[in-house]
Design a protein around this ligand. Structure first.
Ligand code: GLY
Length: 401
């Protein structure tokens, strides 16, 4: 707690040349986020209930989720980032309360997203406070996720095949590229417990996905379906993209972010090489618009009349800031591209006005067009990765780590 206070004092001393100085890009976006998320916090606190905002519904009302929704960690995580970015001590008990409101997610074993859920919430909480009560939550989440590891293909099974629309696809062991985002708490659990099993599962998964999930040009498939008996690949499919062989944009961002984390955690060059290759594929894609905010699928048939996906840009920006701090050739170029993404996202075209957009920060994301879910809507994970990227940008520019 004191570390955050000291840090913000330092940032203020470094940044404040005079009281009348206009706010710079990072400060202005922090100010905006504080107002917008502050509005949402007022609504939640006035309700007397635990509300966890995700997106806007067709009638314009905010959709709030329960703990089992894969998106339940992003709003608590955003409050943790807002606490870190502002140093506002009033946010600390709220970040803790909102995280504890979805703590039961640590026990989920019927899908893989427990990693996203618990690491964005309790993972940030532990990073910022060192609260020992959060350790058990992170380790339990890693334990729950580990139950989904399948020895023969050597992979974490993302989805169960007997649930809802998934039961209609004929899959046996579907693994989605998003699963790369769930590995971070496994690495952390090994650090926290000394039990290398979690680390090993993460690495075995990352290696098999590296072999099977990517095309020669560097972009990735969304879903790889494995045979649980032989370990062979049964299908290379999509669920949220336009077509099996098309380029679902958010999947590319998950891959870039996930393999950047794997390189940070292991030092294995093949991981960062893949992250760079996938990023370059997206950057150089002929359909990439001038403002660099991707279409929801870069091969959707009606481009340029297709929806953009700001959540892809936010996740990509955050990953690129981390890449830019690594000991790799031309590292600063990744920051330059991330800065372009941030400028676009913070422009009037994508950033909401204070008090509008259901108090979400960013407009124009896409959940899943094939499922008709959250089409051209705000999404809490776009906001979360935007704040994470903002914090990474701030630290790089202030020379902090
Ligand atoms: N993990 C779900 C998504 O990216 O939409």
């Amino acid at each position: 707690m004191n570390k955050i206070l000291l840090l913000n004092l330092l940032l203020c001393l470094l940044g404040c040349k005079s009281v009348s100085r206009p706010m710079d890009f990072v400060e202005e976006n922090i100010d905006f986020a504080r107002k917008q998320i502050g509005n949402e916090i007022n609504i939640i606190e006035a309700s007397g209930r635990f509300l966890n905002p995700v997106t806007l519904q067709e009638d314009g009302s905010v959709y709030y989720c329960g703990y089992a929704d894969w998106r339940s960690g992003f709003f608590p995580g955003s409050v943790w980032y807002l606490y870190e970015l502002t140093g506002d001590e009033n946010l600390l008990p709220l970040a803790d309360k909102y995280s504890r409101g979805m703590e039961e997610a640590k026990n989920l074993t019927w899908h893989h997203d427990v990693g996203f859920m618990i690491y964005c919430s309790f993972g940030n909480g532990y990073r910022l406070t060192g609260n020992p009560e959060y350790v058990e939550v992170i380790v339990q989440a890693a334990q729950s996720l580990s139950t989904r590891f399948r020895e023969v293909p050597g992979i974490i099974q993302s989805w169960d095949v007997d649930r809802g629309w998934m039961s209609e696809r004929g899959w046996e062991c579907p693994v989605i590229i998003d699963n790369m985002m769930n590995l971070e708490p496994l690495f952390e659990a090994t650090r926290l417990t000394g039990d290398s099993t979690y680390y090993q599962i993460a690495v075995v998964h990352a290696d098999r996905a590296l072999e099977e999930q990517f095309r020669p040009d560097g972009c990735c498939y969304h879903v790889i379906d494995y045979d649980l008996t032989t370990g062979a690949v049964r299908n290379r499919h999509t669920a949220q993209g336009y077509a099996h062989e098309s380029v679902w944009s958010r999947g590319q961002a998950w891959a870039v972010y996930g393999y950047t984390v794997c390189y940070r955690e292991t030092g294995e060059p093949k991981y960062i090489q893949q992250a760079i290759k996938t990023f370059k594929f997206m950057k150089n894609h002929p359909a990439m618009p001038a403002d660099c905010i991707p279409y929801w699928d870069m091969e959707a048939p009606a481009i340029p009349d297709e929806f953009r996906d700001v959540s892809t840009a936010a996740c990509m920006a955050s990953a690129l800031y981390e890449m830019s701090t690594m000991d790799i050739p031309f590292a600063n170029r990744y920051k330059e591209y991330a800065d372009r993404l941030m400028e676009s996202m913070a422009s009037d075209a994508y950033r909401a006005k204070v008090g509008e957009n259901g108090n979400f920060l960013l407009m124009h994301s896409v959940g899943s067009i094939p499922h008709g879910a959250e089409v051209d809507k705000p999404l809490n994970y776009a906001d979360y990765y935007f704040l994470e990227a903002l914090k990474r940008k701030q630290y790089i520019e202030k020379g902090l780590n």
